[in-house]
Write a protein of this length. Structure first.
Length: 398
């Protein structure tokens, strides 16, 4: 088989300089020949070969085009039956997150979910051809990668900074459509690199859900944490008290301002935001607290709830002042994760309502892994870690 392929290629090479599209023709022959050889290996037998090792049979070929620098290639992708579908190795049909999206959409389609026009999505992604066998195979591939990623050890490096956040997706659970929280934990290594450490799908941002997440991280070797950045959700705070005793907590300043903004009418919102910005402006804790106290006194009569927030919640937003000055802007809030959650939303919006928790975790996790891998190839680290944090000695985890 290989000798026959080389003979065909050799004949074509003689015409490369004789024809204008000779190079394109050679490339077509190379790719088509390689796919035929791959199909032979996939089936375990050559065409018309009788063999006990044969796993299936050929079923013709499907025309495909591929854009290259030498033009559009006309390819013939071998089709098989009686076994798993054959996919050429020289070009993946889907990236990891697209495979997860395919599985989610296909599961919706098979279960009769009508919240989105799933058929159009499937036709656009895989030319209208999808089977339960394909879905099971792709789901298995994605789940295997997700499991390996979530189980990887974390004790090879310290993670002085953690950033945590969650977003909510609609998931069908026991016949009802309910909101499920997608919990995400991001860490910054002692080299200043960003990593996605863990993700999970839970009923809510409860103490138990976050506690399970933190427990898994510790079991995998997480250590060296000095600061955790998050919003002020009660479940996060309770889980931190249990699992991250002695670790400083930075309340996200963006979330703090949003909560302030919701307590007043739009007529005075601009004035309130200016007072908050003024209180956060100094680099010294004492001066920040003095300005916050002045703001509390100013708003006491007009909106006692705003005054209470300045008195009781403002200081939690100042933990970032204890880290090196060149880290403070990135660690003052969860903006990085907020942008990441918007990226997730673009993909999950295609599904609308997930058929089950596993499907939701599969799509969100696949997207997060791609983000994690992109971060590892960035030329510059997220933070310059040449200077040690200005806090007390590293707090241990319990």
């Amino acid at each position: 088989m290989a000798k026959q392929s080389m003979a065909v290629i050799g004949e074509a090479l003689q015409e490369v300089f004789a024809r204008k599209d000779g190079l394109k023709q050679v490339l077509e022959l190379l790719v088509n020949s390689a796919m035929r050889d791959e199909a032979t290996a996939h089936l375990g037998a050559a065409p018309h070969e009788r063999s006990d090792a044969r796993r299936g049979h050929r079923n013709g070929a499907k025309p495909r085009t591929l854009n290259t620098r030498v033009g559009e290639l006309a390819l013939s992708v071998p089709q098989v039956r009686g076994c798993e579908p054959y996919h050429p190795s020289m070009f993946n049909r889907w990236q990891r997150s697209e495979r997860a999206l395919l599985v989610a959409c296909a599961e919706m389609y098979f279960q009769g979910v009508s919240t989105r026009n799933v058929r159009e999505v499937l036709e656009a992604m895989c030319d209208g051809e999808v089977s339960s066998m394909t879905v099971s195979r792709v789901a298995g591939e994605v789940d295997e990668k997700l499991g390996a990623f979530r189980d990887r050890r974390l004790d090879a490096a310290a993670y002085p900074y953690l950033m945590i956040d969650a977003r909510y997706e609609k998931v069908r659970v026991e016949g009802r459509v309910v909101s499920q929280a997608v919990l995400v934990v991001m860490g910054v290594t002692c080299d200043g690199r960003k990593e996605i450490l863990d993700f999970a799908v839970g009923d809510s941002e409860s103490e138990q859900a976050w506690g399970d997440c933190f427990r898994r991280l510790k079991d995998r070797g997480l250590g060296g944490v000095t600061l955790v950045v998050s919003d002020a959700h009660a479940g996060i705070r309770a889980a931190m008290t249990r699992h991250f005793q002695g670790v400083a907590w930075q309340r996200c300043r963006v979330h703090f301002k949003r909560e302030l903004r919701r307590k007043v009418s739009y007529r005075v919102a601009k004035e309130l935001m200016a007072d908050a910005a003024s209180a956060f402006a100094p680099a010294e804790r004492v001066e920040c607290l003095r300005r916050a106290q002045e703001a509390a006194e100013k708003w006491q009569g007009r909106c006692p709830a705003v005054a209470a927030m300045f008195r009781d919640g403002f200081e939690d937003c100042l933990s970032v002042l204890d880290v090196p000055a060149n880290h403070r802007r990135q660690l003052a809030g969860t903006n990085l994760l907020e942008n990441l959650m918007k990226r997730l939303k673009k993909r999950t919006a295609v599904v609308g309502v997930f058929p089950n928790r596993a499907s939701c975790a599969r799509l969100a996790g696949a997207q997060l892994i791609e983000v994690h891998e992109d971060w590892q190839t960035e030329a510059r680290p997220y933070l310059c870690m040449g200077q040690a944090p200005a806090t007390a000695p590293t707090a241990g985890l319990v």
